[in-house]
Design a protein around this ligand. Structure first.
Ligand code: NAD
Length: 308
């Protein structure tokens, strides 16, 4: 008996290799620019819908998707999917949190080096015909202390990379961490307050929860070492941007590197415009390798669920 060819709608940009693999198994419609109205009028036709961060899978989409069995998110964040509605209809939701670990960790290290050496500032100056050599006295990572807040997939990878630069690594999490792993990494687990007061660089890798929303506020920033740097490649609302702006303006925090923002894109922002801020447009997972891995992992998960 011939198997049913399930119908899959891919709504956001998806790695070419992933489309090829999907098409070898399913009937695939690739509509990376589909509008929300178009989606609502066609979703009833599909068994599976795949998105990244652009397309919103709202309650209405779920309700109109009468044949929908799976929502696939290539990447980690599920903020654009109404999980409660999906669950109430028995629709499975798959994501690929493991696909962006290395990409985000490498960006974090890149941002840390940029903060320490003023690479972006030097480049911006050169493009304006300014030779900022005297203003760009940097510092080296070797021998400095990095505090990693959130030792999950990305935090662990960052800690490993930082160690190879000869940094001292302090870590903090709310779950019990694997002692053997910490020993292998040469990282020391400390309470958050100790991490904040001892680190030259603090990097955030927590998941966004009610507890981590505005986790980095005025009080916490005040506990950081004067003249320290902060890096956020996790989620924008983990930092209270008003408090950070204040701490950067009064010099308590020497610099910040941010890939994520409370509102994205942030629009005109005093924080982004500060000279001691390096801002990138949420490019943590924006590598060819990470996107391909996300696509391939997702296709495997979907095929496993529908065909096994
Ligand atoms: P993960 O789930 O593997 O790790 C998160 C860790 O944070 C866990 O160990 C958890 O226990 C810890 N944690 C939660 N609350 C905490 C708290 N209050 N204090 C200390 N630790 C706490 O997640 P991950 O894959 O490593 O991702 C980390 C973050 O990076 C997430 O916020 C994710 O959304 C973000 N991310 C960003 C990008 C990007 O493009 N910039 C891409 C992928 C992931």
């Amino acid at each position: 008996m011939e198997r049913i060819r399930y119908k899959v709608l891919v709504c956001d940009s998806f790695a070419e290799k992933g489309i090829e693999k999907l098409s070898s198994i399913f009937d695939v419609t690739y509509s990376p620019k589909i509008t929300s109205q178009e989606l609502l009028s066609t979703i009833h036709d599909y068994d599976v819908i795949i998105v990244r961060g652009r397309t919103k899978i709202t309650k209405e989409v779920i309700e109109k998707g009468e044949n929908l069995k799976i929502v696939g998110r290539a990447g980690i964040g599920l903020d654009n999917i109404d999980l409660r509605s999906a669950e109430s209809r028995g629709i499975k939701v798959f994501n690929t949190p493991e696909s962006s670990t290395n990409a985000v960790a490498e960006l974090t290290i890149g941002l840390m080096i940029d903060l320490a050496r003023g690479i972006s500032r030097g480049d911006a100056g050169m493009k304006q015909g300014r030779w900022l050599k005297d203003e760009l006295m940097g510092s080296e990572l070797k021998g400095r202390t990095l505090g990693v807040v959130g030792m999950g997939r990305i935090g662990t990878r960052v800690a490993k990379m930082a160690k190879t630069f000869g940094m001292k690594v302090l870590v903090s999490d709310i779950i019990e961490l694997d002692k053997g792993l910490l020993e292998d990494l040469g990282a020391k687990e400390v309470p958050l307050d100790d991490l904040l007061s001892s680190s030259d660089f603090v990097t955030l890798h927590v998941t966004l929860t009610d507890e981590t929303h505005h986790m980095i506020n005025e009080q916490i920033l005040g506990k950081m070492k004067k003249g320290a740097y902060i890096i956020n490649t996790s989620r924008g609302t983990v930092i209270d941007e008003r408090a950070l702006t204040k701490a950067l303006k009064n010099g308590w925090i020497k610099g910040a590197a941010l890939d994520v923002f409370e509102v994205e894109p942030p629009g005109p922002s005093e924080l982004v415009e500060l000279p001691n801020v390096i801002a990138t447009p949420h490019i943590g997972a924006q590598t060819k390798e990470s996107q391909e891995l996300a696509a391939m992992l997702l296709v495997d998960k979907i095929a496993g669920a529908l065909l096994s």
